[in-house]
Write a protein that binds this ligand. Structure first.
Ligand code: UDP
Ligand code: MG
Length: 197
């Protein structure tokens, strides 16, 4: 199990997408963003995209079975990659359990879970700013943003305990410059790789 499989964890606007791009090139990993996949499906007007759109517009979660199926397809298709960065997935404990089982069946596991910690005022500011240029419908409306935080706090944040219990959770201070935060993430990744199990 020498692959490097990272979960980049954190609330909406924490910087998962930005840092994933940098980590992907630094460690030659496969970036797997379920949000990006869902938006691409929506853009392409597929049936999956149409179904996902209703959830995305409200800031609700696309059902577990749908995203788990998507991830499974991607992981199997790229099983030869040196590792994955999971960005925005898992979002529920059920998804975390499914991911563990899926990786285990391929003789892989999660190396480390990096949780970007950013306060809600800063998150709201970043999302509204992104909404002005990204065209993302879910970044343009404060009520939708508030609902995404609520969903994150209720459904996603319990995963911290899930991974803490596995000894895999590392909290990273997510406020500061992009390069500073990237440096902290790299340090945490390098530490997790040098640990002997
Ligand atoms: N989404 C989801 N499951 C996922 C990824 C995305 O339900 O695994 C939906 C959900 O409605 C979410 C939206 O897509 O609010 C945007 O997700 P993304 O991860 O891009 O947003 P972020 O939290 O990174 O800002
Ligand atoms: Mg994102």
């Amino acid at each position: 199990m020498s692959k490097l499989n990272i979960i980049l964890f954190g609330p909406p606007g924490a910087g998962k997408g930005t840092q994933s791009e940098k980590l992907t090139s630094h460690y030659a990993l496969k970036h797997l963003s379920t949000g990006d996949i869902l938006r691409a499906e929506r853009q392409a007007g597929t049936e999956l995209g149409r179904q996902a759109n209703a959830y995305i517009e409200k800031g609700e979660l696309v059902p577990d079975a749908v995203v788990i199926g998507m991830v499974e397809q991607m992981v199997r298709a790229h099983a030869a990659a040196p590792g994955f960065i999971f960005d925005g997935f898992p979002r529920t404990v059920a998804q975390g359990e499914a991911l563990d089982a899926m990786l285990k069946s391929l003789d892989m596991d999660i190396t480390t879970v990096l949780s970007l910690e950013v306060d809600e005022d800063e998150l709201t500011r970043r999302l509204l700013e992104r909404g002005m240029t990204s065209g993302r419908v879910d970044d343009q409306d404060e009520a939708t943003i508030r609902n995404r935080f609520k969903v994150y706090n209720n459904e996603t944040s319990p995963l911290k305990e899930f991974y803490k219990a596995q000894g895999k959770l590392q909290s990273i201070h997510g406020m500061g410059s992009i390069d500073e935060i990237f440096g902290s993430l790299c340090e945490a990744i390098d530490n997790s790789q040098s640990e002997t199990y």
